[in-house]
Each structure stands twice: as C-alpha cells, then as structure tokens.
Unconditional design. Structure first.
Length: 287
C-alpha cells in the first residue's frame, strides 16, 4: 500500500514538473513575441522619424539673435528655402540669402532631425549714421565699426538715439552693403570705442564733419549741441579729446561771446569770432 502511494506521488510530481516547464516555456515564447513586436514597432518609428518625416514634412525654423529685424522679414528673405522638406533644405543657400541682407553680419545654421532648423543671426551694430543719395532722394544709412553701410530699421533708429551723424565722407550713391573708403574706417573704430564707455559723449555732439586732406589724411570738425561754435581737431578721436573739447568750449565761451570756431589741432587752443581774427588761449586747463 505504501509503495503505491509513493509511486503515485512521484508520478504526480513528474507530471507537475512537466506542466510547470510548459507554462514557463509559454511565458518565454510570449516575451519573445512581445519583444519582437516591440522591436518591429521601434524600427518602424525610427524609419518614420529619420526617413518619412524629413522627406514629407516642411521644415520648422527657430530664430535667435534678431533685434532690429523681425522673424517674418527674415523668413521672407529665405522663402525659397523655408517651404522645402527637411532633406531638401540647403543650409548653404539659406546662409547666402541671409548674408545678402546688409544689416546681417554673420549667420549660424544647424539642422536637427526630423524637421527642425535653428538659425542664429548676428546683426550689424551701428556706430554712426550718414546720408546718401538714393534715386534722387537723400536718405539716412547706418555705418558699423567695419565701415559697412546699411539701412537701419525703424526699430533700431528709435532704440539708439546716440548715433553720431557723420558728414563729409565721400559715400554719395554708394549702395548699402558697401564699405566706406579704407582711410575712414579707423574713425569708425574710434567712435565704436568711445560709444562703449559708460559716459555718452556723443549726446553732446550733433555732427562730426570730415575734411579730406592731401595724401590720404583728414581732419574733423565737431559741432556741439546747444552751441553755434564749431571745434576743429585732428583725425584721432579719443575720450580725452572730447573731454578737452568740452572744457575748451566752456572756457572760451566764458571769456568771449559769439565765438565761431575753436581750433584744437596743434596742441594749443585758438579761437576766432565772427568779427575778429584768431586769438590764442594761454594757460593749461586740460582735465
């Protein structure tokens, strides 16, 4: 009797073991099937992400660095590229179109799958302005520190009222995007350096007039605001020169009314009135 019970138990245990193995094998097969299905779906998604979307979706452009120009105006510049699919979007063509805008100094473009395009624009920063002739009209243009001429936007003109007016540079009928003559570019760099200072010196100057001289030289005439006196100075324009100019203007006007011109070109201060010849100012008053 006991032998029967033991044999029956062993048979039941063997049967249970086979059943557990069958269930375990079914689970493994189910996991394999699930993994295969997941892998196929992932592969399909990757194919859609890397091939279908770039070939079918129009690019989405994100702009950065714009201040004077709007996203709409810049999108219009690259309209021929902006409506293309991602795979057909040419970064080189878009960059070339944007650099054709005179107010744009540099452009950086990067593409990201599946349809993103990131464009960063560095705009030219004006340091001065002048006037040129355009179709029989005299129009204002801005000049950057490298001497490049470009039309400013209404936004940039309102946001920066400290731009000094430069006159006398031979830029008549020169189209925007062109540079002023080489010998005047040092002046733009000097103005840019002064404008970077905390003191807004050009708020006291209404105009800087350039007088071309022989052998490529030039001199400057500064017209202070709220004064009819003009200041003659050399081609170097530095912070110390503007401080000296203001002190000389105050001293001379205190000594003599109706001063027409103050000359600071030769290390001394001379001035003339409308009715009298040159007078030399003696004494040291440099700050």
């Amino acid at each position: 009797m006991s032998d029967f019970v033991i044999q029956g138990f062993e048979g039941f245990e063997a049967h249970g073991s086979r059943k557990r193995k069958a269930i375990s094998g079914a689970k493994v097969n189910a996991v394999k099937i699930f993994a295969a299905i997941f892998g196929i779906l992932l592969l399909c998604e990757l194919c859609v992400y890397f091939f279908v979307v770039p070939c079918l979706d129009t690019v989405e452009i994100s702009w950065s660095g714009l201040s004077s120009y709007s996203k709409e105006s810049m999108s219009g510049v690259i309209a021929s590229c902006a409506n293309k699919k991602f795979m057909n979007f040419s970064s080189t063509e878009a960059k070339s179109l944007l650099l054709s805008v005179p107010g744009v100094e540099s452009v950086r473009i990067s593409k990201r799958f599946p349809n993103k395009v990131y464009i960063h624009v560095n705009e030219r920063k004006p340091v001065a302005m002048t006037f040129v002739s355009n179709n029989g009209r005299t129009v204002p243009v801005e000049i950057d520190k490298n001497g490049v001429l470009f039309y400013g936007t209404a936004h940039s003109s309102k946001s920066d009222s400290s731009l000094p007016l430069i006159s006398g540079i031979p830029v008549e009928n020169i189209p925007e995007g062109m540079r002023i003559p080489q010998k005047y570019r040092a002046l733009m760099e000097q103005i840019d350096s002064i404008r970077s200072l905390s003191q807004n010196y050009f708020a006291a100057v209404s105009e800087i007039h350039v007088i071309p001289k022989e052998y490529g030289n030039y001199e400057l005439i500064l017209y202070p605001i709220h004064s009819q006196t003009r200041i003659l100075t050399g081609r170097q324009l530095k912070e110390e020169d503007l401080q000296y100019m203001m002190v000389a203007l105050d001293v001379v006007n205190a000594l003599e009314p109706n001063v027409e011109e103050i000359d600071l070109r030769y290390g001394s201060v001379t001035y003339r009135t409308k009715t009298e010849p040159l007078h030399q100012l003696t004494g040291e008053f440099r700050e």
